[in-house]
Ligand binder design. Sequence first.
Ligand SMILES: NC(=O)c1ccc[n+]([C@@H]2O[C@H](COP(=O)([O-])OP(=O)(O)OC[C@H]3O[C@@H](n4cnc5c(N)ncnc54)[C@H](OP(=O)(O)O)[C@@H]3O)[C@@H](O)[C@H]2O)c1
Length: 226
Amino acid sequence: MEKCAIITGSSSGLGLEITKSLLNLGYKVFGGSRSGTDLEHSNFYDVELDITSPESVEEFFETIREFTDKVHLCVNNAGICEMSPLSEMTPELFEQHLAINTTGPFLLFQGLESFVIENETHIISILSTAAHYGYPNVAAYNASKFGQLGLIESLKKEWKDYKLRFTNLFPGAIDTPLWDKMGSKFSRAKMLKTEEFMAVFNFVVTAPPSIQFPGLTFLHKEGYLE
Ligand SMILES: NC(=O)c1ccc[n+]([C@@H]2O[C@H](COP(=O)([O-])OP(=O)(O)OC[C@H]3O[C@@H](n4cnc5c(N)ncnc54)[C@H](OP(=O)(O)O)[C@@H]3O)[C@@H](O)[C@H]2O)c1
């Protein structure tokens, strides 16, 4: 049977690379984002999604329901990160991080529940080292990713009887378009390359179905960026 995957944030960076890789592995992929992508593939469905909006998330799942009621793999990936010292951070920017990085996955998992396959569905979340390690000048990002981890850890227990696989990835900095908007001082040479991230992702996604990775931290050998 053809396997179905959904992924949030499929228009850019890691989400776009993961989408291409899943298509190569033979998945039918439903990708959600606000801006969409030019990617064309007979098994790719580019679905409009604003992860902060309950209505948009509902429409996302209604679209998927037209094709399937079973999701084998869910990649919880959409996210933002902006740098700002706490004194200059606006409440709007702080709330935007929570809306996309924390409330977004909450809405995603709510919508996902009726698509899960007992003993089968694998939920891979692209968290960050910032979900368990504090960095200066990204308090909103840190708070939102710590919050996302709390959401997942609670859900794992709540959905225990479904016997799903939950994998949490905690990568360090990766050279993606996320950094273009930040204008940060950090050297891209000290970040993982997207293909290095993908080597880990592909290892995880193709691992035997009896394995899950409750917490996989990986980063450039130069260490944490701060
Ligand atoms: N790059 C890194 O250094 C790094 C390190 C650790 C973890 N991560 C995590 O990896 C994930 C992907 O990051 P990336 O580096 O690939 O960043 P990116 O290139 O900026 O991509 C972010 C993706 O999230 C989507 N997104 C943002 N807001 C959204 C919304 N309201 N609704 C739906 N989709 C939304 C974007 O799509 P639209 O704008 O089209 O909606 C885009 O596809 C994030 O969760 C990030 O925290 C990144």
